[in-house]
Design a protein. Structure first.
Length: 486
């Protein structure tokens, strides 16, 4: 270890800053955030420092610092744009034995400034000992994505109970087990979900049970999580967090390995997938499995493609849980229509093309499309058809028979957002034939409407499989599409 990591208490103590520019303002601002009083030594102040002047913890001295100024400080930052001035004041600080940081000169620093992940009172500091602040910032960005914003609330919540737990549970190990259960279980979940009163009640019940020596009956729960259309980067932070907590995961066909690999490694994996014409596990059996597993005290992750409440039967799966009083959470995901449209460069609405967008299922009832055609065939509207591939020819024919222009632009996005994404552009009267020729297997979504034409300009996503030996975008489009015509 090159440096000693410590957290310095500067509340109500003086911190000095040399310089009036933006580097100085960042140092002043962070010291004040930690409760310090700040003296800035500079002939002039930049706009950000001017704004800090309103704060009573801030003072400005338009002159160079003297030895007595330095002696009154617990820390000093040399953040002037004048390197010589920084050197001079750093020498004074050293003589006065005040720890000093000199911007961009790690060799002169008594301490360096880490990258910070702030979930106060939880603070994570990342240091590269001044060797690469950019690497520090990249690590910080990763940590930011892993820690829910409400972690600070969890820390503050448990902080309020620390003394009480210490007085009730005298044994160190018993206390540790208790805290682990609190921080990994429903209490922390309830705080993160913003239900502090319920969290407090659950906390009290757990503490009482442990104090009485009775093992608290661990409650199971279910997380119904939308995993998006395929690209693991489209998962939400909350989805990822719950995926890391699960004891068992039930997943279906739309969940690729890239996403499944992010589920807690020790979690049991149960495939309940459905192919379009083949129901591997009947829907009501999935609901009963969720209930059974939760009743065994497990944290059950039900991972679904896209959004669980958009053509996902998510509502049906949790009805039984609601009736049985099993706690559950629902995490929305990016639905196929918006994910595929974004990765195909097709805005679903656009001022010049469509003011509305309708999502429909292409599933047939007794071989017929049971649409409300009047609503569906409105002008200046985009229609996204889920599950339309199996009966694509009948579907597009039905649109034309009901009065849609045969030349209406259509995009068929196959395996959208994934490395093997393929986009076929055609019209109502050509797309089915093109899909058959290209051997599209799905999952695929149909986007119907004049917004499809915008792809010519807005196409941006190069699927990995095309990127190897990639052709320029226009050439790539020519290979798999043809210009849309009306
Ligand atoms: C049973 S629905 C589930 C929809 C899902 N709940 C959602 O919100 O996206 C399955 C249909 O979603 C569409 N779909 C899902 N993932 C897709 C993808 N990566 N690319 C294209 N279409 C997709 C297809 O139309 C597929 O037949």
């Amino acid at each position: 270890m090159d440096q000693l990591p410590v957290f310095f208490n500067v509340a109500d103590r003086w911190v000095g800053v040399l310089g009036g520019g933006s580097a100085a303002s960042r140092k002043a601002e962070i010291a004040m955030r930690a409760g310090a009083r700040v003296k800035v030594f500079a002939a002039q102040l930049c706009e950000e420092l001017h704004e800090l002047k309103a704060n009573e913890r801030f003072s400005h001295l338009p002159r160079a610092p003297l030895v007595r100024d330095l002696e009154g400080c617990v820390l000093f930052y040399c953040a002037s744009e004048n390197v010589e001035e920084n050197r001079k004041v750093q020498a004074l600080a050293r003589a006065a034995r005040v720890p000093c940081n000199v911007v961009d000169m790690p060799e002169l620093c008594d301490f360096t400034m880490p990258s910070i992940v702030d979930r106060s009172p939880v603070v994570i500091a990342v240091s590269t000992a001044g060797t690469s602040p950019i690497l520090g910032r990249m690590i910080k960005a990763r940590l930011e994505t892993m820690l829910p914003a409400a972690y600070g609330q969890v820390a503050a919540f448990v902080g309020r109970y620390r003394k009480r737990v210490g007085s009730v549970l005298k044994d160190f190990r018993q206390r540790r087990y208790f805290w682990e259960r609190v921080l990994e279980g429903p209490v922390a979940d309830l705080v993160l979900a913003g239900h502090e009163a319920e969290a407090a009640a659950e906390f009290d019940a757990q503490l009482e049970a442990v104090a009485k020596g009775a093992e608290h009956q661990q409650k199971g729960e279910v997380y119904l999580v939308g995993a998006g259309p395929g690209d693991p980067d489209l998962l939400t932070f909350k989805a990822l967090r719950l995926m890391q907590r699960a004891d068992v995961v039930l997943y279906d066909r739309l969940i690729g390995d890239g996403i499944l690999n992010l589920v807690r490694r020790e979690a049991e994996r149960i495939y309940v997938g459905k192919l379009p014409e083949e129901h591997t596990v009947p829907q009501d059996e999935i609901s009963r499995m969720l209930l059974r597993l939760a009743q065994q005290g497990k944290r059950v992750l039900r991972l679904k493609g896209g959004d669980p409440f958009v053509f996902g039967r998510g509502g049906e799966e949790i009805e039984l849980l609601a009736e049985a009083g099993i706690p559950f959470q629902v995490v929305p995901g990016i639905t196929a229509a918006s994910g595929c449209a974004a990765y195909a460069g097709i805005p679903l609405t656009h001022r010049d093309h469509a003011q509305a967008c309708v999502f429909v299922t292409g599933h047939t009832k007794d071989g017929r499309h049971d649409f409300d055609w009047k609503t569906l065939l409105q002008p200046r509207q985009t229609v996204a058809v889920y599950m339309g591939l199996a009966h694509l020819a009948e579907l597009t024919r039905a649109f034309i028979d009901r009065g849609a222009a045969p030349s209406l632009p259509v995009a068929l996005v196959d395996n959208g957002t994934r490395p093997n994404q393929q986009v076929l552009i055609g019209t109502l009267d050509t797309v089915a034939e093109k899909a058959a020729k290209a051997g599209v297997k799905g999952p695929a979504i149909l986007i119907i409407g004049s917004v499809v034409r915008l792809r010519e300009k807005l196409d941006w996503y190069v699927p990995e499989q095309q990127a190897s030996g990639a052709k320029p975008t226009a050439a790539r489009n020519a290979a798999i599409t043809e210009p849309a015509a009306e």
